[in-house]
Design a protein around this ligand. Sequence first.
Ligand code: ZN
Length: 132
Amino acid sequence: MTREFRVSTQERYQLVDVTAEVEEIVGESGIESGLCLVFVPHSTAAIILTENEEGLKKDWLAVLKKLVSGLDFLHDRIDDNADSHILSGLLGQGKVLPIEDGELIRGTWQKIFLVELDGPKNRRVTVKLLSC
Ligand code: ZN
């Protein structure tokens, strides 16, 4: 089964915790054992797994900005968002998590985040579940 939800972002770079939305979909599916793909169909956003702590979220944004600062991107001549595309590719546009006993297997501090890299935008998050 495939489900989709939307996330509205407010900042150019922003981390949004979508764990609750994904876990609700997993719960509704009734799947006891399987795989859960969380994917953004966008080339300027990403999905990461990390802790939801205010300092760490700022640390993430500082690292991302530093990775692309001071570079002269050719793509910026077209639409001024080469940094967004490159960070999206580096972080990855999806993650797969295991489902066991009807729940995602994840660590206590391992939350699912949409990473906005070219906001503000209205983003789609696709969740594909496979029973196996
Ligand atoms: Zn572009």
